[in-house]
Write a protein that binds this ligand. Structure first.
Ligand SMILES: [Zn+2]
Length: 91
């Protein structure tokens, strides 16, 4: 994965989730825009200031931490599904 700086945000204020950590962030005006790309050069998406400012090792650690959170959330969701789903309908 490669992170590239791609100019300034400009006059349009954007509010979006970070493509890497998932945290919502806004960009406006002279804020620098950072975009992550996969190894084939395919765009992953814009990333937040916390990710772009964390350095190569710091960003790798942020990715590992988010992967851990997603695994725990996936396990919780699978557990709910395995318990079975019931709808209680008022008579
Ligand atoms: Zn981020």
């Amino acid at each position: 994965m490669e992170v590239r700086e791609e100019g300034q945000a400009g006059l349009v204020c954007t509010w979006q989730p970070c493509a890497l950590c998932g945290a919502p962030f806004g960009m406006f005006g002279e804020d620098r825009v950072y975009v992550a790309y996969d190894e084939e050069g395919g765009p992953i998406g814009r990333i937040c200031p916390a990710c772009s400012g964390s350095g190569e090792e710091g960003l790798a650690e942020r990715l590992r931490r988010r992967a851990g959170r997603l695994r725990r959330e996936a396990g919780w969701l699978e557990g709910l599904a395995e318990e079975g789903v019931r709808f209680r309908v008022e008579a």
